[in-house]
Design a protein around this ligand. Sequence first.
Ligand code: HEC
Length: 296
Amino acid sequence: MTETQFQCGLLVAIRSPQVVSKSLALLAAATTQQEKIHYILSLRLPGLDWTDQQRRNYFDWFRQAREYKGGESFDSFAKQIRTEAIEYLDEQTKQKLAPIFARDSQYEEAKSSESGSSNKTPARPIVRHWSVEDLVKTVASEEKSIDLKRGEAIFSEVGCFRCHRIAGRGGILGPDLTGVGRRFSKRDLLETIIEPSQVISDQYRATIFTLTDGKSITGHIADLHRGEWSVITDMSRPRDYTKIPRNQIEEFKPSPVSMMPAGLLDTLTREEIIDLIAYLRSGGDVEHPLFTPAED
Ligand code: HEC
């Protein structure tokens, strides 16, 4: 949490009269998903002073957010927050905003009939159960014979695109990977891919529910309605919700296991892994100059 986010949380907590205008301005300027989530989350709470225009701006934000390349999980978070925000409204405000909500649901319907395609990945044989140490040296040294196009093909073939966006394209359930090559060293990249559960960002962390009948369900919370929570238990089928009635939930806690499967590199050869890592480092740009043969 940044200092500004902390202050915003604080202002909401003490119900400062300026909190809405300040937070809306910060939301508009926010660049990361985490910041955005923070502001829309803070603003959903009841008891704040809103003008009608501010309310409209807030709910408009959710519709615009559907156009961001934020990924499926950002989408479902935003949806869940919107649902809660609406639940906190008093009847009079709900009436006032009804036209906006009606427009939004039309938009939602149009949106969901557009999507729905999924790419199947063919089965590949296991090459080796790679460890970080197996690879870190080669990946660190090898930079001459890199084929970014092949890296991209691998990214697609082993199913990374299914969950991740890179350079504005593809997957939807995990974080956007366009900037990951700038933030992560080669070793860090290998570690997050080979051992996804070592570090899990909160936004993508799954939740383990223990039900009153003793059963346990692990998944990603997609929607929180008052009486029922919708959970995605299989990341490859993000629209298949498991519904859990709220009164059957005994307890829930964050899962220590990443929703990203381990062992995804095990069907790849060393050369293919080198290309895949290079592709991540290029930010999904197969023309990236860093790796052209002219470099050496
Ligand atoms: C089934 C969905 C899924 C697939 C398939 C998948 N990932 Fe992930 N990935 C995730 C999720 C969810 C996270 C975030 C949770 C976490 O930090 O463990 C993540 C995190 C990452 C991160 C860390 C990003 C960050 O900003 O912290 C990298 C790098 C990554 N994945 C690369 C890959 C690569 C490369 C592939 C293909 C070999 C791949 N992933 C396949 C779901 C997936």
